[in-house]
Design a protein around this ligand. Sequence first.
Ligand code: SF4
Ligand code: FES
Length: 328
Amino acid sequence: MRTSRYDVFMYASIMGVPALLVLVVIGLYLGYGYAVSVLAALLVAALVVFSVTGIKEIYVHGSYPGSRKILNVGIDTQSSAQPKARKGEEISIVLDRFNNETSKMDTKTYRFYADRLTTVLGAILDIKAYQDSTVTIRCNCRMGICGSCGVVVNGKPQLACEANLLKAAEGGVVRVSPMLGHPLLRGMVDNFSDFFEKHASVEPFLVRSDHKERESAKQEYAQNSDELERFLPYSYCIMCGLCLDACPVVNSNPNFTGPQALSQVWRYHSDSRDQKGKRRLFDVDTAEGAWGCEFSGSCSKACPKGVDPASAIQLMKSELMKDMFAKE
Ligand code: SF4
Ligand code: FES
């Protein structure tokens, strides 16, 4: 039986507390003092919890691996985490990890037992906790919101927390690699500095001509549903970087602004509250901006939020073309 520290406290609350109360009452009934009864009850309750749950260690709630404090030291938790005790379908997980000391990729295969709800991220975190603590992956929300767990699963850029392990498996094997469209930091973690710089370079915020209204706004910026629809789909970007990893142009020319930042140019340009006007488009009217896009469409296919950067870039190009013809 595999247990996490959260399970420990759940079992302790369900079984330990009632047992404790009953034992205190028995101790008092038999005429032992209050202190002796409580101590004896604590001891017996702990033994009940440990023997029924198979728990060998308790981690203090809120502590983290590496700095965790073990209350009951002595017996290895690994014994309760052995794969033979697990249920589910056996999957071989091949992890490609960037070794930042040798600047080479290391590959290692792990055995994992998955049920139908296991995600790739869940499996990797389990491997890190119970098989190999050197596995490195970045994640936060575990629900497709923060955009930090982008990896390549069996050749497809995906959010590890949204990829179902059994569905991703091909012949019982799942290969997980870091995204190669960004520089690598360590393990399966990419360096997003360049990505965020490109995002920041397009001024991804509403620009207003009256700078003072920020301090002395008199009313809200009302919009009707048509105005909202125009930019809403592009505002769902969670900055996961999967579109850049999928983009063949980014992979051959790192100076290309890329689908994420370009989609944000269109997002703010389409917003009726923005007053930067055509200048937004002119800023990316370059060979490495909008015109760098070769319309492979792989960015939109990879996007987990349906942002469709490819369409944003084509709309941008057609707007720039109109302007070009108007000048002639
Ligand atoms: S456009 Fe989609 S794939 Fe690209 S960073 Fe935003 S959410 Fe991720
Ligand atoms: S952990 Fe947040 S998107 Fe995957």
